[in-house]
Design a protein around this ligand. Structure first.
Ligand SMILES: Nc1ncnc2c1ncn2[C@@H]1O[C@H](COP(=O)(O)OP(=O)(O)OP(=O)(O)O)[C@@H](O)[C@H]1O
Length: 238
């Protein structure tokens, strides 16, 4: 079945005791979008991503990915989606290469060695292939997490803070890769509190503040106009 809306969220909420971390959130992300979820620290971005990827259960509302109810079938959603959760670290007892090969085998990828080689080369960490994941630098761990998420070229990739810990050259490469991925038909959902990233690469965005979606639209939405994104953002979250 062809699905054009890859992420659909309706009246979604997550409470931690009295705190409404995500509050009655509605959102749709269509195929081909590079969507950025922006918001200040503690506004609910990671909580949203955890609900999209079946890591935590919502307190209320509906969430579907690829037209599949995430609560009912989280494993199927994980099979179809590339995911980089917040500050995820790969297993400490595997080397970088072993980890990528392990992921490729779970994904039942054929000819994965070449694909892994491509990632080692593109993100310039072939020299760390044989290093245990626990001994990798934070930036190299992030490169590895990016590689594992895109290895099977899924229709949808969901990334919490894609450029975290990367140096400017690697940030440039990842931004180029994300733009190219979407231009070839992929869909990417990112969360970030870095507005320049969204301005530079996203086609659409949502702004979350205190758990509520306070804006959703394209980057050329007339409400933003010619203002710096920072001004628009601060107007909504102050
Ligand atoms: N497991 C939890 N138990 C209690 N409170 C939580 C839990 N997870 C998140 N929260 C709270 O929910 C709110 C939203 O947190 P979340 O991590 O989603 O924010 P964020 O927008 O991703 O922040 P940042 O940009 O700082 O990473 C915060 O107040 C946080 O303390």
């Amino acid at each position: 079945m062809q699905v054009d809306t890859l992420i659909k969220v309706k009246n979604l909420s997550k409470n931690f005791s009295d705190l409404k971390s995500v509050d009655a959130f509605d959102l749709e992300v269509k195929k081909g979008e590079l969507f950025g979820l922006l918001g200040p620290n503690g506004s609910g971005k990671t909580t949203m991503i955890k609900m999209l990827t079946g890591q935590i259960k919502p307190s209320g509302g509906e969430v579907s990915v690829h037209g599949i109810d995430v609560l009912a079938n989280p494993l199927r959603v994980k099979e179809l989606t590339g995911i980089i959760p917040e500050q995820e670290t790969p297993p400490s007892f595997l080397t970088a290469e072993e980890y990528l090969h392990f992921v490729a085998k779970i994904r039942k990828l054929e000819g994965f060695e070449d694909k892994c080689e491509w990632w080692f080369s593109y993100l310039d960490f072939a020299g760390q292939k044989d290093v245990l994941c626990k001994d990798l630098s934070r930036g190299t761990r992030q490169k590895l997490m990016l590689a594992q998420a895109f290895l099977h070229e899924p229709e949808l990739v969901i990334i919490d803070e894609p450029l975290i810990n990367l140096d400017p050259l690697m940030q440039r490469k990842v931004k180029d890769y994300l733009r190219d991925y979407v231009s070839k038909g992929g869909t990417v959902f990112i969360s970030t509190h870095i507005l320049e990233i969204a301005r530079e690469i996203c086609s659409s965005m949502g702004i979350i503040y205190r758990g509520k979606l306070v804006f959703s639209g394209n980057m050329d939405d007339p409400a933003i106009g010619d203002r710096p994104l920072e001004d628009f953002f601060l107007e909504l979250v102050n």
